[in-house]
Design a binder for this molecule. Structure first.
Ligand code: PMV
Length: 361
């Protein structure tokens, strides 16, 4: 399949105005996407848990314009006009116009809100771009008159990817693969797919408590970050390693081998940061409290039978992952031993979720 597959067939219906609201979650990668080629094609496959509580709700209102020569839209975050969001959306529109040719026909009002604080260090690009892509697909569904559920989700993921790579893993749940992997049937560089094989009960309803170590703006944007992988001395080996980790996860998911899962997940988090520490220019995105938390988690795991582990995004915050049956004990551990390392004691309790929802049409 090539990108051309997503060029729309001719529209058979017309619509003058309307609005759609979608709510779409964030996701946390277990095997990380870090490095991309042209057109948002990932250098390696990745897999993520879809989250549940951390999400963006977006209402897209549209009305037909007199002329259709350029994009016309306004953006609001929590009812406040956000002109600084416009360049990113303009870039997104330019990238996807070929696939959703109605973009210049309408004036759009984009109203968006996140369940997590804007300045929490939690990136809203995955949930935000996927919510917007879904709203656009709802418009396209009307214009086409008909589209299968499978094609709707696949194209929403395809469009979301062109907004922010990891956003393509936020359409569905609970475990999503993005990037072609030879042992994972149906996997694609163009969109995310549901992980297609058996997953042991132990990985159902996994918990993710996000410890907010640093709520500041990201020190390195993901665009800059991905670019650091061009000419990186270890890039080639890293991309191979991601393929190997994906292969190993297939049997780990099936057999419920949580110890082996922990090794891969923590190694992936540290490798992501190692890539940033060994690029030119180089960055350290962890903070002293990130390391304190990691050491506390390791000590707790050594002292108990706990299967708690951590992963990291491209920042200082720590995602604490643990099976549902340890919910109470791990939350106690977090409250007693880890909250002190969080900025203003803030953390967000989340868990695996099952994907985006249409709120209003
Ligand atoms: O989707 P982007 O371009 O913001 O990249 C996200 C990269 C990581 O969050 C660090 C890893 C991942 O796979 O989500």
């Amino acid at each position: 399949m090539t990108e051309n597959y997503f060029i729309s067939r001719p529209y058979v219906k017309t619509i003058d105005n309307g609005s759609f609201t979608w709510s779409s979650p964030s996701n946390i990668a277990l095997v990380k996407y870090w490095g991309k080629k042209e057109h948002q094609i990932p250098e390696n496959p990745s897999v993520s848990f879809t989250l549940d509580h951390c999400k963006t709700t977006t209402t897209l209102s549209f009305s037909k314009k007199e002329t259709s020569s350029e994009f016309s839209f306004e953006v609001y975050l929590d009812d406040e006009k956000k002109d600084d969001f416009k360049p990113k959306i303009e870039t997104f529109f330019k990238r996807i116009e070929r696939y959703v040719p109605f973009l210049k026909v309408y004036h759009f009002k984009i109203e968006t809100a996140n369940t997590f604080p804007h300045s929490s260090g939690i990136a809203s690009s995955a949930s935000g771009m996927s919510a917007l892509a879904l709203c656009l697909m709802s418009v396209e569904r009307v214009l086409l008159g008909d589209i299968s559920e499978a094609m709707f989700n696949q194209k929403a993921s395809f469009l979301a990817r062109l907004g922010s790579g990891s956003a393509c893993r936020s359409i569905e749940g609970d475990l999503i693969v993005w990037g072609t992997h030879q042992e994972i049937e149906g996997s694609s560089d163009l969109y995310g797919v549901k992980y297609p094989y058996e997953v042991h009960q132990k990985f159902k309803n996994y918990q993710d408590t996000i410890l907010l170590v640093d709520k500041g703006e990201k020190q390195v944007s993901s665009t800059v970050g991905h670019n650091l992988m061009h000419n990186h001395p270890f890039a080639h080996r890293r991309f191979e390693q991601a393929h190997e980790h994906m292969s190993q996860l297939i049997s780990i998911f099936k057999n419920g081998d949580v110890d082996a899962f922990i090794k891969i997940v923590e190694s992936e988090a540290l490798t992501l940061h190692a890539m940033m520490m060994t690029s030119m220019p180089y960055f350290i995105l962890m903070k002293p409290n990130t390391l304190e938390i990691i050491n506390k988690i390791w000590a707790y795991r050594n002292a108990t039978n706990s299967k708690v582990c951590f992963t990291l995004d491209a920042g200082a915050n720590v995602h604490v992952l643990y099976p549902e049956n340890e919910k109470e004990t791990v939350l106690d551990f977090i409250k007693n031993e880890l909250v002190g390392y969080c900025q203003n004691g803030h953390y967000i309790s989340d868990q695996i979720g099952f994907g985006a929802q249409l709120i209003n049409a």
